[in-house]
Design a protein around this ligand. Structure first.
Ligand code: XMP
Length: 319
């Protein structure tokens, strides 16, 4: 039978054969997939690989710093850190349509990558942590007609424009297999076990217009929610949990004051591959604790709701 150790060795040979003495550029998103792909490719070809972390300012609290330190300090893998918050937030200003937001973000990534590739004298290959479900969902929805549900910015588009070949060593794998491979490659358990995080980041968790102020509000709420989940020992039982900042304000009362502030939705699902999902059945006291903390500690939110929709018919992300 096919063990991960064998998969690792086979992929390393495959990457070497594909790449030869060419140069590879790899985009890190902060997620497990691109990190595992990068570490595997680094093991295969060493410093022929350049990793680029495009920090779009749409990461969670402290996340950008964690990614940079993991790669530079823990692995000694050279990493270009591009601070592009102003560019992304500038371009997102005024955009409210979910696909328009995704398309802008995908396009901005291409431009930043092109610029970074030029700086290293051009790259022959583009590496991505694309998984099997990413491939399927960007083409058609399982069993249904061929419709794009969401444009995943890490699939397609990039290589044609950049005149590079793709290196996608995880293309046949599901998430649980990527985690096994990550452990095999020596990535820390806490990193390998991280919940998935979408390439477009918080932009697709802020329905409506994305602003720096709304990102900051969402980061605080999300941090509290995940903190409560960790304290309750539930993190590893959940596939993905996150907060969403809704473009709706409602009336509330704090002390003897009327408030008129944003609604925050909490989402948590179980899944094995992200293609279908069930809601996580928190007990009521847990959700009440999260709601109380978020309303008390986050200025700008005065109401918290829990999303009870499975996938299908909902998707995991709200956009
Ligand atoms: P949906 O919302 O389609 O999400 O049910 C399924 C899984 O995919 C993640 N997701 C993305 N991952 N780029 C990514 O790398 C994307 O554009 C993207 N959109 C959604 C989502 O977080 C969930 O795990």
């Amino acid at each position: 039978d096919w063990t991960m150790a064998e998969f690792r060795a086979a992929k390393i040979a495959e990457i070497r054969a594909q790449v030869g003495d060419g140069k590879v550029i790899c985009g890190l998103s902060g997620g497990v997939d691109s990190a595992v792909a990068a570490v595997l490719i680094h093991e295969a070809i060493g410093d022929q690989l350049t990793c680029v972390f495009v920090d779009h300012g749409l990461m969670r609290l402290g996340e950008a710093e964690q990614v940079v330190s993991l790669f530079r300090e823990h692995y000694g893998i050279p990493l270009v850190h591009v601070d592009a918050e102003a560019q992304f937030l500038g371009g997102l200003a005024g955009l409210t349509d979910p696909e328009a937001k995704r398309k802008f973000i995908g396009g901005a990534f291409i431009e930043l990558f092109e610029a970074e590739a030029k700086k290293i004298g051009g790259a022959d290959f583009l590496a991505q942590g694309t998984l099997y479900p990413d491939v399927i969902e960007s083409v058609s929805f399982t069993g249904g007609p061929s419709v794009t549900i969401k444009s995943h910015h890490n699939v397609g588009g990039l290589p044609e424009r950049m005149n590079m070949q793709l290196v996608e060593p995880l293309r046949e794998l599901f998430k649980d297999e990527v985690r096994v491979l990550g452990k095999e490659l020596g990535l820390p358990d806490a990193f390998v076990g991280r919940h998935p995080f979408p390439g477009p980041g918080l932009a697709i968790r802020i329905p409506g217009e994305v602003t720096k102020e709304r990102c900051d509000i969402l980061r605080k709420a999300d941090f509290i929610y995940l903190d409560e989940i960790r304290r309750a020992g539930l993190y590893d039982a959940i596939w993905q949990a996150f907060a969403v900042l809704l473009p709706v304000r409602t009336v509330g009362v704090m002390g003897d004051h009327r408030t008129y502030d944003n609604v925050c939705a909490l989402r948590a699902v179980t899944s094995t591959d992200g293609m279908t999902a069930d809601i996580y059945p928190f007990d009521a006291a847990f959700l009440a604790r999260c709601a109380t903390r978020i309303v008390n500690e986050v200025q700008g939110i005065n109401r918290v709701v829990y999303d009870y929709t499975s996938k299908p018919p909902g998707t995991i992300e709200w956009e």
